[in-house]
Every structure is written in C-alpha cells, then in structure tokens.
Design a protein around this ligand. Structure first.
Ligand code: ATP
Ligand code: MG
Length: 232
C-alpha cells in the first residue's frame, strides 16, 4: 500500500557483503520514510554503511531483503532495468566527488539526465542553462569540470541532480571536499531548491555545522538507524 505523502519508504533493508568465506553484515533491518519536500540528514562513523544505504535507496545496488518504494512505486524488489527507470524518473544523486563527465561542459553535464529521459538537445540545453544561471554559474556554461573550482563542480553536480525535477535528491557527503564557505553556500543552495521546488533531500554528512538546516537527523550505528532526540 502506498502513501502519497511519502516520497521514499524503506522497510527491513538488509545488506551483507561476502568477504572470502565470511559475510560482512552492514545493514540489519533499516526502515526509513521521507516525506515530500523533507530534508533528512544521515550521520554515522566511517564504515557504518551510509554509502551502502544510499546506493540501495537509489537502486544502484540490490538489498538482500526488504522493500523500497519511491513515489509509491516499487524500487526493491525489482529488476535492474526497472530500478534504473525509476531512478531516472524520480531521483537525483549527488556524489561526494561530483562524478561529472570530464569531457562534457557544465551545460552538457546538467542536460544529460533530460536527454536520457528523451528531451531534445535544444530543450535540454535551454533548461540546463536556466538552472546553471540559478545556481550562479551562468558565466561558466561552456567550462569542462577541469576548468571549474571544487565548489563550482559541486554546484554543477547539484544542478544535474535537480534538472529533471526529481521528487528526491540523495547526496553522499556533497560538501565533503569543500572549504567551509563553499560548503555553507552549497547547503544553502540545496535548502533553497528544496523549498522552491518541493524536492526532498536525504543527505549523508559529516558536517555538524549543517545539521540545523535539516528537518531530521538520523544516526546509523551497528546496522540500524535511530533518530536523534534533538539537533543540538
Ligand atoms: N562492495 C563491497 N564489498 C565488500 N565490502 C564492502 C563493499 N562496499 C562496502 N563494504 C564494506 O561495508 C562497510 C560500509 O561501507 P560504506 O561505504 O557504506 O561506509 P560509509 O558509512 O559510507 O563510510 P564513509 O563514512 O567512510 O564513507 C565497510 O566496512 C566497507 O568495507
Ligand atoms: Mg561513504
């Protein structure tokens, strides 16, 4: 049964990795719901499984057990192909190290999700130019990633994650490689876009100074998620 106010639901997510004859149990029955437009942070020690969880929620990898829905549609269990289709339709992903295509300009990188969803080159590039303008990069449309600063690259990556009007953006330590000022600017940008476009954000972060900008903070420990009592 799907609840239309929940953009993401995950129930009983289990994941282990095989290591020789051992299995490393990483996630041991994770449940998590994110409402439309909500901003949720995930914190936890290095190696606690935050990236693993984000990859499963994005359908980039498959859980051993459990059920995930995105916008009411079943992401897991589902075939690889079905997961890719859902991801392209409903989700944006921001990697820690931007993962922009090095030979594509900022404009082409941001236009790519629209092209993959069938938009014409003209429309995709026009929308991409508008959004890059909005994130303060109107003067950098034709630059390739190697010609941009770290903060500019992450702003391009955020624009790419948002260009196809996703319901949910998943971000894995998007400010991890940025100086404090660029990190704060990127966070404000995500907050502004989440509010103006009603996009939900689920963000893994190590940065305690960002946490007050989230509606909820969840901690991943020993394969389980718990909600912090306060953001203090
Ligand atoms: N493909 C894999 N094969 C085997 N073990 C893996 C694999 N991917 C992750 N792991 C293990 O799973 C655990 C969780 O990894 P994960 O990358 O999710 O941690 P994390 O919380 O994102 O850490 P960090 O904060 O350092 O990014 C780690 O112990 C890691 O070694
Ligand atoms: Mg990680």
């Amino acid at each position: 049964m799907s609840d239309p106010t929940q953009v993401l639901t995950a129930n009983g997510i289990v994941k282990a990795f095989a290591q020789g004859s051992n299995a490393i149990s990483v996630l041991q029955g994770i449940s998590l719901h994110v409402a439309a437009g909500e901003r949720v942070a995930i914190v936890g020690r290095s190696g606690s499984g935050k990236s693993t969880l984000l990859h499963l929620l994005a359908g980039l990898d498959e859980a051993d057990a459990g059920r995930i829905t995105i916008s009411g549609e079943t992401m897991t269990p589902a075939s690889n192909e079905a997961r890719t289709t859902l991801r392209r339709q409903y989700m944006g992903f921001v990697y820690q190290q931007h993962h922009l295509l090095p030979e594509f300009t900022a404009l082409e990188n941001v236009a790519l999700p629209l092209r993959l969803n069938g938009a014409s080159q003209h429309d995709a590039q026009a929308q991409s130019a508008d959004l890059l303008e909005r994130v303060g990069l109107g003067h950098r449309l034709r630059h390739i990633p190697g010609e941009l600063s770290g903060g500019e690259r992450q702003r391009v990556a955020v624009a790419r994650a948002l260009i196809h009007a996703p319901k949910l953006v998943l971000a894995d330590e998007p400010t991890g490689n940025l100086d404090a000022t660029s990190a704060a600017e990127l966070m404000s940008l995500m907050v502004e876009l989440s509010e103006s476009r009603s996009v939900a954000f689920l963000v893994v972060t190590h940065d305690a100074s960002m946490l007050h900008q989230f509606d909820r903070v969840l901690t991943l420990t020993d394969g389980a998620l718990s909600e912090a009592d306060s953001l203090g």
